[in-house]
Design a protein around this ligand. Structure first.
Ligand code: GLN
Length: 488
């Protein structure tokens, strides 16, 4: 049954502004949905129902007293690797069990300043390492479209929650695809901004040169709304760009007549694309052409090196970033036997999961003397070549369009014993992440089993406005985002 929990953020804001609904009612509707579906979906690690209702009541009072804020009274879920003051933040890892951050991430501060209601923390692959949310230390999340399927990852909890109505929007993080891929698998919109557009302060680092926070929403307008709130310079993150933040919701409707859209042929040939994904892409391109865009086929020749490059750089950075989890300052400490070294080993041995350990070992290896030049430095050079592919492409076109993922949501357990197969899921999401450009996934159809397919848009650095306009035009013509999974 469709309820207030199924509204988009902008629809809810209209009803709140006209006093047809209260934030309290809206939050109650979302919490009722959680009560009805969460036992089957498991999107949340930590739901703060009481806190959310208190924030909603406060938002109602503020609205009555004339306060205007961009997200006043809107219930939002947050991935568990983003620090929330006073609320346990585990990154989906046993090693951080019981860790309660003493501060808010800048993105959370922006949400709170905009009046959002924080619902709680969502499930994820441990330290954002994975593509299915199966690497969580706290159980798997199920895809609301088919409970035997993964929701994607690593922001699988956030994507599942938004898809099924357990939140109106959510924050995820994307290092190599973790916002866009789960958005595609769950039939929603997921945006990864340019590197440096949203502050990473308080985002618990996986691979710092790649990590970005991004919104997961039910339509493009909501993505624009959240980005306007979240973006902007931050003195606490020196990699955060000082560029002014446009109101991304303005001018969304300018259309795409005359827009030059590049189709990277390297994203099509021989990449294990399922026929249903290829068909949806073909139809999407025809639709964009009909709307007046000019389609241009072009090459991104270094695409084939993307995955190898990413898994060298990301694991190297992860191996150093995760060194801080040693049982001294954060989370659990296991000290069954004597020395300091033994305490480190026991804490990390028991606190970290298999995939995280695999990556720490790979990363430590690539950074070790003798291999550093051969692997790490080489990967950085190839990263530059990948970035140059995009620079050259954007000399010819305004936007690039391709599939978000080669397949629709796979079965739970299907890839978990084969990490390489899991890594291949990221083939289209990784290159733009390495290049630091903005990109997003928008629903573009369904396969024969009723599983959603995602279309990826990519734009030049800091051109989120352009990216959103193209995605908005496509969404308006097709409305695939209007279909929702029904679990109750
Ligand atoms: N699936 C990729 C990985 O496992 C990307 C994860 C992410 O973007 N956080 O690293």
């Amino acid at each position: 049954m469709s309820t207030l929990a199924d509204l988009t953020i902008h629809e809810a804001l209209d009803l709140l502004d006209s006093r047809e609904i209260s934030a309290f009612e809206l939050t109650q509707a979302v919490l009722s949905r959680v009560a009805a579906t969460e036992d089957r979906v498991h999107a949340y690690l930590n739901l703060d129902a009481e806190g959310a209702l208190a924030q909603a009541a406060k938002a109602d009072k503020e609205r009555l007293s004339g306060l205007q804020a961009a997200l006043l009274g809107i219930p939002i879920a947050v991935k568990d690797n983003i620090s929330t003051q006073g609320i346990e933040t585990t990154c989906g890892s046993k090693i951080l069990k019981g860790y309660i951050p003493p501060f808010d991430a800048t993105a959370i501060k922006h949400l709170k300043d905009a009046g959002a209601v924080i619902l709680g923390k969502t499930n994820q692959d441990e330290f954002a390492m994975g593509s299915s949310t199966e690497n969580s230390g706290y159980g798997v999340t199920h895809n609301p479209w088919n409970l035997d399927r993964v929701p994607g990852g690593s922001s699988g909890g956030s994507a599942a929650a938004v898809s099924v109505g357990e939140a109106l929007g959510a924050l995820g993080t994307d290092t190599g695809g973790s916002v866009r891929q789960p958005a595609a698998f769950c039939g929603i919109v997921g945006l990864r901004p340019s590197y440096g557009r949203i502050s990473r302060y308080g985002l618990i680092a996986f691979a710092s040169s790649l990590d970005q926070i991004g919104p997961l929403t039910r339509d493009v307008e909501d993505a624009a709304l959240l980005l306007s709130v979240l973006a902007g310079a931050d003195p606490r993150d020196s990699t955060c760009r000082p560029n002014p933040v446009p109101t991304y919701t303005e001018g969304l409707d300018t259309g795409i007549k005359g827009l030059r859209i590049g189709i990277p042929t390297d994203y099509l040939a021989g990449q294990g694309i399922q026929p249903a994904v290829a068909k949806a892409l073909k139809e999407a391109l025809a639709c964009l052409e009909e709307a007046g865009a000019e389609l241009v086929e072009l090459r991104l020749p270094h695409t084939q090196y993307g995955i190898a490059t990413y898994y060298l750089i990301a694991t190297a950075e992860a191996s150093t970033n995760l060194a801080r989890f040693d049982g001294v300052r954060y989370g659990i400490r296991i000290a069954e036997e004597g020395t300091l070294e033994q305490m480190y080993a026991q804490t990390r041995g028991q606190g970290l999961g298999e995939e995280v350990k695999r990556r720490i070992m790979l990363g430590t290896y690539t950074l070790s003397a003798g291999y550093y030049d051969a692997y790490y430095i080489k990967a950085q050079k190839v990263r530059t070549l990948i970035k140059q592919d995009f620079d050259q492409a954007f000399e010819q076109v305004d936007i690039l369009v391709g599939p978000t993922t080669p397949t629709t949501a796979f079965k739970l357990g299907e890839h978990i014993t084969d990490p390489l197969q899991m890594y291949l899921e990221d083939i289209f999401t990784i290159p733009p992440a390495l290049a630091g450009i903005p990109c997003m996934s928008v629903p573009c159809g369904f396969d024969a089993e009723g599983l959603p397919v995602g279309l990826q848009f990519m734009a030049p650095p800091m051109e989120e406005a352009q990216l959103l306009k193209a995605a908005y035009a496509y969404e308006k013509m097709t409305r695939w985002n209007k279909r929702r999974p029904v679990l109750c």
